[in-house]
Design a protein around this ligand. Structure first.
Ligand code: PSU
Ligand code: MN
Length: 305
């Protein structure tokens, strides 16, 4: 699969010289946010990573290649092109073979990052077990990837469009540590609280870097969830967002939305129903995750040498 990778000079140089690198996904750009906020966010987040001492590698698929790092015009393409496909593990062969353009989800970005030798990844929220997942079997491939792929994912927890309890149970079963970064509570993306705890609380990038180094030196393959709550000033109220999510779920059901369309549908509905307020929160938490991920990448890099 490595033959399919193609690097920007900035990322290749960083990897060759053993500098800290942070992976970023493209689904959040193509399917998670509208234009032009998506391209502004994508560029800004790359700069935040640089400002915190690491090199950003935004990952996406184009022209039969897995791009590790994207140019500004490629980022623009992911932000504007309406025919960008959403790519998870199962979609790699089709998208690469057909030469189509594909935005990578958390699962797909983890696969590409591991192939490229990148261990830290910043995103918004991970996929999980959907509500009523026990009936629909809608469980994000992100969880399976976290079970086996050696990449730490810095996120604001998972949205409560999901069944957070079952999501955490799945992660426990598969041996994925859920770390609360400066929190005892698993955050629910828009809100800092969820009613669920984390497995371990860590308070510094060095502590997280040491945990990652220890896990992988032990040969315990798999990812780590680093749950970093949205900054207080940008957080939405848990109960308010819950009502909105309930309405979004009802509409998804009425419209028979299934498969990979479910998550983008719910994200878009929540945005509409909060009159764009959720988008502001979404951008704020991604920026925060990027800064923390860069700091963790720096600390892990120093520890693992
Ligand atoms: N959660 C969000 N925003 C997102 C996603 C999840 O809050 O943009 C995206 C991520 O790319 C994630 C994917 O990997 O949705 C999960 O999709 P699915 O549930 O179809 O596996
Ligand atoms: Mn799904």
């Amino acid at each position: 699969m490595k033959a399919y990778l193609s690097y920007t000079d900035e990322v290749r140089n960083a990897l060759e010289n053993n500098l800290p690198v942070v992976a970023l996904e493209t689904t959040i750009i193509s399917h998670g946010m509208p234009y032009p906020q998506n391209i502004e966010m994508a560029k800004e987040v790359e700069q935040i990573i640089r400002d915190n001492g690491a090199v950003p590698a935004t990952i996406g698929i184009m022209n039969g290649q897995i791009k590790i790092g994207l140019s500004e015009s490629e980022l623009e393409e992911f932000a504007t092109n309406k025919s960008v496909e959403k790519v998870s593990r199962r979609d790699f062969p089709y998208i690469l073979a057909s030469g189509k353009i594909g935005a990578t989800t958390v699962a797909a970005t983890m696969i590409a990052a591991q192939l490229a030798g990148i261990r830290v990844f910043a995103t918004g929220g991970i996929g999980g077990v959907h509500r009523e997942g026990e009936v629909t079997w809608d469980v994000s491939a992100d969880l399976m990837e976290l079970a086996g792929t050696n990449v730490a994912v810095v996120c604001a927890g998972a949205k409560s469009i999901l069944d957070l309890g079952r999501t955490l149970e799945y992660l426990e079963t598969h041996g994925v540590p859920v770390v609360g970064y400066r929190t005892d509570e698993f955050p629910s993306f828009f809100a800092r609280e969820s009613g669920f705890g984390v497995d371990f609380r860590l308070d510094t990038p060095e502590q997280v870097g040491t945990l990652l180094d220890t896990k992988w030196k032990l040969g315990l393959n798999g990812g780590v969830v680093i749950a970093n709550p949205v900054p207080e000033s940008d957080a939405l109220e848990h109960d308010k967002i819950e009502a909105v999510i309930q309405q979004a779920l009802d509409e998804a059901k009425q419209n028979n939305i299934a498969g990979k369309k479910v998550t983008p549908f719910l994200l878009d509905k929540v945005k509409q129903l909060t009159a764009g307020k959720s988008l502001q929160t979404n951008i704020a938490l991604v920026r925060h995750n990027a800064a923390v991920a860069a700091q963790i990448a720096v600390a892990y890099n120093a520890k693992s040498k």
